[in-house]
Design a protein around this ligand. Sequence first.
Ligand SMILES: *Cc1c(COP(=O)(O)O)cnc(C)c1O
Length: 451
Amino acid sequence: MLDFEGVLLAGLAEDGGLYVPETWPQISTRDIAAMAGRPYAEVAARVMRPFIGAALEADAFTEIVRESYAGFAHRAVAPLRQLGDGEWLLELFHGPTFAFKDLALQLLGRLFDHVLAKRKAALTIVVATSGDTGSAAIEACRGRGALRIFVLHPKGRVSEVQRRQMTTVAEDNVHNLAIEGTFDDCQALVKAMFDDADFRRKHRLSAMNSMNWARVMAQTVYYFSAAVALGAPARKVAFSVPTGNFGDVYAGYAAARMGLPIAQLIVATNRNDILARFFENGEYRLAPVAPTMSPSMDIQISSNFERLLFDLYDGDAKEVRKRMGDLHAKDGFEVGHNQFKAVRAAFDAASVDEESTLAAIASEWRDAGLLVDPHTAVGIAAGRARRKSESAPLVCLATAHPAKFPDAVERATGQRPEPPRALAEIMAREERYEVLPNDLASVQSYLAARC
Ligand SMILES: *Cc1c(COP(=O)(O)O)cnc(C)c1O
């Protein structure tokens, strides 16, 4: 067992497992009702407070939360927009990098910095990215005295917008490495650096990826704010969540465990459908990753899935370890009858192919005059396919601004989305990055020379 500060800074547990709370804090019906009409930052502080424990003073925490969301381009932080009859879009792309990861990482960067400054310590954040995570992590760390960040991206394999969002940041605690390899190579390099215990300790490596518990915690907040805006706790609300790593939809599950009345949680995947298949038949089985228009969900090993398993097996770590072992040794595992029943009660799921994704983008443009990005479109299509009851409003999570994925949007609608000003500006700014071979020793010596 570890306190909040320890969990925040460690990211991964020493044994390679993931942290989860010992018990789920409960938020009462009365407290949920009292969130109605309150600013996002206030709801956020209320929802997350029980997880923080004694790690931070209440006032300091409230102030950090306020600052985290003050820079968002929309006053509501995560506004709802009506799509159709009883259908809503939850816009999670008003942060500095125009994707939903900002909602967690803007807070994480500040929490890390605060806790480290108190300890007079510094950490080295190392991240592998296929696109969105890198820029969100850089925005979270830039200019923070207690942090330096190294981001590895596969050279020539991220979009120009995504690369520029990372490489045009001028602060000298930010280091971009273009690796001559694939995203998997980048991830393997990061993992190898963490597995090298001496190197990890000497350079004080830490992670900000979706395995970090604090990210899940921060993502529970918008489930509360959206549900309350649509009538919770008196009315149940359904959510459709585009996901790959099972991070975002697991946060919805956490919100439900904390007392939020959720009618349905719909797991929306693209054609990389390991999660959708699992919710269909109880078998979690790896398949090759296929590239899609929604690249942030082109994932087979969903890291947060292990947290769900832990809950399904009532915290029996042995049962979880056995299945994670089978995943690595035999490319898959099954859950028992009772666990599958519990899963079916908590989640619905659908996989959406490329054609249906384009069709969903096109129909939103035609029917609502709205451009949506391909990740969001996967959520809308899955939500409509799996919605069970007309009486519960359906909230589809919009995880990226359409201008981040202009080619797919244009292909579906003939319209090229107008980039927000901040996104247009980076196209003219100078880039800074180092090209390195796919070689552990080269990457390690680059880091060692700079931290
Ligand atoms: C990261 C990301 C997702 C998937 O999030 P999970 O953590 O896998 O649930 C979906 N859409 C966008 C735009 C993303 O950047």
